[in-house]
Design a protein around this ligand. Sequence first.
Ligand code: BTN
Length: 341
Amino acid sequence: MSERIIEYLRNRNDFVPGEEISRSLGITRAAIWKKVKNLRKEGYLIEAVPSKGYKLRPSPDTLTEKEIRTVFEGNIIGREIIFYEETGSTNERALKIGGLSRQGKGILEGTVIIADAQGQGRGRFGRCWVSPPHVNLYFTVLLEPPFSPGEASILTLMAAVAVVSAIREYVGLNAVIKWPNDILIRNKKVGGILTEMKSDIDRINFVAVGIGVNVNMSLNMLPGDMRLFTTSLKEEKGEPIRRVELLGVILAKFEYWYKTLLQGRRRALINEWRRLDSTTGNRIRVKTNDRIISGLAKGISDDGRLIIKLLSGAEKKVYAGEVTILKKIKNLNSGRKKYSK
Ligand code: BTN
């Protein structure tokens, strides 16, 4: 019922007499007043003026389950949403929850674990992910795909497509992907994805797809050496962005592409990834687990591996690694172009 009151007030965006809410929602005025008091405790700013009724003031950009549900409703993704004011790492939480799920404790696939701040945000290669409160998005989606472990990397590409297309559509900035997991604007990192999994030899048990997006962070919140190659949406756009709305768009796209993969339409995702990619066509250096490879980025194979043309002319495919772009051959984005499909 509290959700319905919020929805009612949100739709009207003005004072609404208690009498009217009572008639429309079929509850007494005393019950409305009680619910309003509880909603205020949850952080909603609801004015109450005796002669006029109730008015919802624009809510702070909070990421509670209730706020997220007002912007996104999925069938798989977000069936369960777990919000923390602060946690060590949402990926860490997801791995624990996924483990419980395997013991039959019933956590659903698609569970979203989200935090307003992370004390030990994790990046790739053991780096830390700077995660201050109230400004960015830090969340992890727990999946149980019927894939073999070798196919898991497609989920990183999928998440990158969801984030980049959401930024283009909702914020209007020309974000691009740098293989496999970097989200860039004007060649600076604005987001990243950390996919971790638990699997048997031939089957994935569960995957934690962790996503971090620098939304309203000022660059002075970063250590000095990171400021040159990191950015945030606010820095690029010149105005703050509502995190919860952006999250809603990301989750909707995430669900769309996950369903596409479950339907066996991997090629559609790969094609979309190629459209949003900034890696292909550049001279690059890739640091993998055991070596450094230099060459020309030729694109990705249908299983999501990066194809590199070596100086010898031979081609090599890599599964994972960190790409440095050595020479810009491809014409990259200008950063402020409006997206149109
Ligand atoms: C990268 O190095 O580019 C990956 C960064 C991933 C950061 C996100 S924030 C939410 C989730 N929880 C973590 O601890 N890491 C990921």
